[in-house]
Design a protein around this ligand. Structure first.
Ligand code: ZN
Length: 347
């Protein structure tokens, strides 16, 4: 069997929220992402599905939420994506701390990762140290742990900043990484290598409350959503508000996806058949540590049913759901998408 094409990195991350309006206000106004799609959970059409991304919904930039109001608060623990990190331009963390103060965001002191104590796979050969990075951890209003990581944004970066609420020089530029908390990391580490990620560094120490934090980094081939970090953690998580539902990795074409599907099946996992998610096609499987993984194609993309300038402007009902618009709209809570320069209306 030939190896599958390595994944370029994370495609999207999907999380569970409570109140839909509070979720929209935070991710659009406070963090400055663009609502690129307002839709429904295709397995539970009485629930919204919000997609927040860069200006064009570039693969590797979309953070999506199911606001399941009736669900209870979750608990972050092993078997989950414990942290979702976004890239921001180097030098922008002061701006973000000021913004978090202004908006009353619950944030922590900055953390340095992969500093001098880190060991790098290529270090012995090259003598090079892995690059230290500065991380600003915070929680969204549902308690979801999120991080901003300052990185150098290349001139030809594939992401396109959305500048309605946050100026370009500070804007979030897609995913940096996800951190998986796992009771038994080894099988998942082998799986990531099967998916084409490379083990690049291990760092010990840090300030997170995980048992004897040892963070092992895996790097994907692309520029955005490039890293998966693994941290051993014993206490099991529980799904609910403020937790990640699944992480999707890019398999750009159907052929890439089918090859990756075969590879994970050969590794002993049980992937679904391809499912049409309207803006991409998906395969799902629960990996060895219990985290739900998805493989998602790059196309057709969020502009396949709305023009770029109108993304997120209306409720989009894919496929046959369109025939049930009246019934579905009646079940959904009314929400208002924040607009810059528009005062909140009480209508
Ligand atoms: Zn997904």
């Amino acid at each position: 069997m030939t190896d599958p094409t390595p994944t370029p990195g994370i495609h999207h991350v999907t999380c569970i929220a409570g109140d839909p309006q509070r979720n929209l206000d935070f991710w659009v106004e406070t963090l400055g992402l663009r609502l690129v799609k307002r839709s429904i959970n295709q397995d539970d059409p009485g629930t919204y599905h919000f997609f927040f991304a860069d200006a064009e919904g570039t693969p590797g930039t979309s953070m999506t939420f199911f606001p399941w109001e009736e669900m209870s608060q979750g608990k972050v623990g092993s078997g989950q994506v414990s942290r979702t990190a976004f890239r921001v331009p180097e030098g922008s963390l002061d701006y973000w701390e000021d913004r978090f103060e202004e908006y009353g965001v619950d944030y922590d002191e900055r953390i340095e990762r992969f500093g001098s104590e880190a060991r790098n796979a290529s270090e012995e050969a090259s003598g090079a140290q892995p690059r230290a990075e500065t991380v600003l951890p915070f929680r969204d209003p549902d308690g979801l742990p999120v991080e901003l990581v300052a990185v150098e944004i290349p001139d030809d970066d594939p992401t396109v900043p959305w500048t309605e609420f946050v100026p370009e020089e500070y804007a979030i530029r897609g995913f940096h990484s996800v951190t998986l908390w796992l009771a038994d990391p080894q099988p998942t580490e082998d799986l990531l290598e099967t998916m084409g990620l490379e083990r690049v560094a291990t760092a010990t120490g840090g300030t997170e409350q995980t048992q004897g934090e040892e963070r092992t980094r895996f790097e994907a081939a692309g520029v955005v959503g490039q890293y998966v970090d693994i941290v051993p953690a014993v206490e099991a998580g529980r799904q609910g508000h403020g937790t990640v539902h699944h992480v999707a990795f890019q398999t750009p074409t159907d052929d890439d996806q089918e090859a990756m599907r075969t590879a994970v099946q050969s590794a002993g996992l049980r992937p679904t058949q391809q499912i049409d998610r309207h803006w991409f096609r998906s395969v799902y499987f629960r990996e060895f540590g219990g985290v739900l993984f998805e493989l998602a194609t790059s196309g057709p993309g969020y502009t396949s049913d709305e023009p770029l300038e109108e993304l997120g402007g209306r409720l989009v009902l894919p496929g046959t759901f369109a025939d049930r618009r009246e019934e579905i709209e009646a079940q959904l809570t009314d929400v208002t998408v924040p607009r810059a320069g528009v005062a909140e209306a009480d209508d």
